[in-house]
Write a protein that binds this ligand. Sequence first.
Ligand code: ADP
Ligand code: MG
Length: 326
Amino acid sequence: MPVTEFDIIRRYFERLPSPREPVLKGIGDDAALIGSRADDDLVIAIDSLVEAVHFPPGTPAFDIGYKALAVNLSDMAAMGAEPVWFTLALTLPDADEAWLSEFSRGLFELADASGVSLVGGDTTRGPLTVTVQIGGYVPHGQALLRDGARPGDLVYVSGTLGDAVLGLKLLQYDPSGLLQEYPELRARLNRPQARLREGQALRGLARCAIDISDGLLADLSHLFDVGQCGAMVQLDQIPVSTAAQAVLAQYPSWRSLIWQGGDDYELCFCIAPQKQAELEELMASDNLHFTRIGCIEAEPGLRCTDANGSHMDCQAHGYTHFREQE
Ligand code: ADP
Ligand code: MG
């Protein structure tokens, strides 16, 4: 018996009534119905994953489901928002039930861990594309926006950078089996952890924030471009995991990927210098990991220095769709 779109929805995506307030009606009607929250602002984001663009063919279906939601949760984190619901537009080349089963398992593992409900979607046939739209709330007026950086502000990042891009490089070239030795690199690539706790803790403290999806320098430039200022980045201060250090020891020429790669899903944010003590207290009390990597300067553009203070040439372009058509 061929599987229809309705079988797919029922078997893999429709679950018992959505548990979460304020979801009033989830999958099964013409649209989802979500209650409003009086003192909050509604935050909405959408991100697509396209096979061969965002993930290589052959990526495990579990990881595709996981990552499709994770990248959207990361946008919520960068806004300081609490995610509540999401919708899923799924375009599949065929109704492969083994694939669907793993995909929905990955998707719901993260959805359950993050407390978000799948409230609707669309299912179509075509080249493999997964689009997740997410909604959440932030107390009125407290969202972390991209604009707001001022000269003198300190620039911080969460966690460590470069693990995902080094994982991707090793998937393509790994004669010495580093991926086996450091499986966490592949995990960072395929199952990113959105910094939701960090983003919410930074409300009222960070002046602006962005999540790093296209590479540190590319995303940081979005923060200072809107304020028509610039930034100085100390490349040697960028936090790098033990696994990434081991990879770079073997392939030193990959080092610039740390700030030019992508898929980190860490937060990059600015604080006023007088907030530094408050940030440090927050890090200690809430066990959060932020590292200062530079500062905002009045002069437009980006300047990078290395360990001995020497100037380094660095370019801010990360991954850009349609660039080759320019
Ligand atoms: P319509 O014809 O009104 O677009 P559909 O037949 O596409 O309705 O969808 C029926 C119900 O199933 C709707 O509630 C829709 O939101 C939900 N739905 C469809 N595809 C998905 C999916 N991939 N994931 C979750 N819900 C889905
Ligand atoms: Mg539809």
